[in-house]
Design a protein around this ligand. Sequence first.
Ligand code: F42
Length: 148
Amino acid sequence: MTIEGTYEPSPAQWVRTQVASYESSGGTEANTLRDTGLPIIIVTTLGNKSGHVRKTPLMRVEHEGQYALVASQGGAPTHPVWYYNLMADPGSVAIQDGPAPFPVTVHEATGDERALWWERAVAAFPPYAEYQTKTERTIPVFVAARVS
Ligand code: F42
């Protein structure tokens, strides 16, 4: 299953290279954050302004088939712009975690749900905790569930 539209690769070379390698190898290559050994997933969204297909590597935070998508951007003061794509069209999202992408629906987690998924996210990728100390903004956490 794919999100229809013109794919617009990331302007960041390391990101678009990781996406290309991950997809062309069916998720068997370029599937970690650099040499950390920590797994990543590829999230496809629809550009909320361009309508183009955007692909974003994110750390893999998975629990019983659901995923957290953490809009950390290294603790930058602003959200990554894929955040606005998800907010605009949470029904046009796919995750690739292995050989092929699958459709998901996402919602932004708040309150206890966010606290639970934040704990899972930091367990999967401890730097998230440090990123949160670097910024005034509360790092958004989306929960993605497969569309059955
Ligand atoms: N980023 C995270 O936030 N969390 C992670 O866990 C994470 C892990 C990770 C692992 C591996 C890796 O290679 C990268 C990783 N990143 C992680 C970085 C992530 O892949 C993104 O590069 C980063 O989050 C920034 O996302 P971004 O969407 O802000 O990317 C920018 C650079 C970008 O692509 N900008 C485009 C451009 O042309 O400047 C526009 C993209 C876009 O979606 N445009 C929308 C459109 O309509 O087409 C409009 C968006 C708007 O409303 O302005």
